[in-house]
Ligand binder design. Structure first.
Ligand SMILES: C[S@@+](CC[C@H](N)C(=O)[O-])C[C@H]1O[C@@H](n2cnc3c(N)ncnc32)[C@H](O)[C@@H]1O
Length: 308
């Protein structure tokens, strides 16, 4: 299994430096994964981490890795959308930093039993939270053509969504990742010219649907901003344009004062900016990082700071 290389770690650390120096500073790592970012934060001097992951296997790995910092880390198996509740349960009404490194880890991709990748043959599962009931197998074997085409279009931006949804419905049931990828490859549209495997965007869409990734991200960002103490920072790393668009949009909304129609002479909305953007454009990995870790190539980092 490939160990997970923390993406944009240097850049996250540079922007979290003011937090590192806060006495008693608390950071929520909402996507603990293998614990790489948290380890870097703790080594730099962050006082306390609330480490969350919905995958119990990831939490076990992170617990082993962060053992030297026992007492400085609370491990929480939960979805990051519930971070305000868990922070409060642990006694924190506000926190100084929040990191979300969205998506799947290398461990999840490489464990064939998790069914995230058609590079390995495993059950069509794709659940990040092993306790959840909905699996990719249930989606491909029971959803109708319209429902499948809809997620392939919305979460995969797949232009042949209807064709591929029909192919799936005509050839199901499917049990494994390879069965699904093989049928998609064999029945790809005659016009297919792209270099990527025709199952790539279908797998992305299935994963997003199974884990409700975009809805969760949308719902989390305002809550995360709310949870930050003045001067606290929220950093979000995304891996595809659908996620980055949500982060960009939500951050933009949070940075503006008034959202009344431009022609309205007096503001009646009372909306006030809650954060300042620290990154006008997203930070992307250096060529050197991409060479060392090709999985980082599509990463984008955006950061905001809570206003007083
Ligand atoms: C890219 S990895 C994080 C790697 C980590 N930053 C490191 O340095 O090792 C993403 C992790 O976030 C978790 N995750 C994704 N969405 C989540 C959610 N909504 N709530 C909790 N954990 C989530 C996944 O299970 C996975 O372990």
């Amino acid at each position: 299994m490939t160990p997970h290389n923390s993406v944009l770690a240097h850049e996250v650390m540079a922007h979290f430096q003011p937090i590192v120096n806060r006495p008693g500073g608390v950071v929520v790592d909402g996507t603990l994964g293998a614990g790489g970012h948290s380890e870097a934060l703790l080594r730099a001097g962050v006082a306390h981490i609330i480490g969350m992951d919905q995958d119990h296997h990831a939490l076990q790995l992170a617990q082993a890795r962060l053992h030297p910092f026992v007492g400085q880390v609370d491990f929480v198996q939960a979805n990051f959308v519930d971070m305000p509740y868990h922070a409060q349960q642990l006694g924190y009404d506000q926190v100084d930093g929040i990191l979300l490194d969205i998506g799947v880890s290398s461990m999840q991709l490489d464990e064939k039993e998790r069914g995230f990748s058609f590079m390995h043959d495993g059950q069509l599962d794709m659940r990040m939270n092993q306790g959840q009931t909905l699996t990719a197998q249930e989606v491909v074997n029971t959803w109708n053509v319209t429902e499948l085409a809809d997620i392939f279009m919305r979460f995969g931006e797949e232009k042949y969504s209807r064709h591929l949804a029909n192919v799936i419905v005509e050839n199901r049931p499917f049990g494994t990742t390879r069965q699904l990828a093989t049928v998609i490859e064999a029945r790809k549209p005659a016009q297919w010219k792209e270099k990527i495997h025709p199952a790539t965007r279908i797998f992305q869409a299935l994963r997003i649907a199974v884990n409700r990734e975009l809805d969760v991200l949308e719902a989390t960002l305002p809550k995360a901003i709310e949870l930050l103490a003045p001067g606290g920072r929220l950093a979000v790393i995304t891996f595809h344009s659908l996620e980055d668009r949500i982060v960009k949009q939500r951050f933009k909304e949070a940075t503006v004062d008034c959202i009344c129609p431009p022609k309205q002479p007096v503001c009646t909305c009372d909306k006030r900016a809650t954060v300042e953007a620290l990154t006008r454009k997203p930070i992307v990995p250096t060529a050197d990082e991409v060479e060392r870790n090709p999985r980082s190539r599509s990463a984008k980092l955006r950061i905001v700071e809570k206003l007083p």
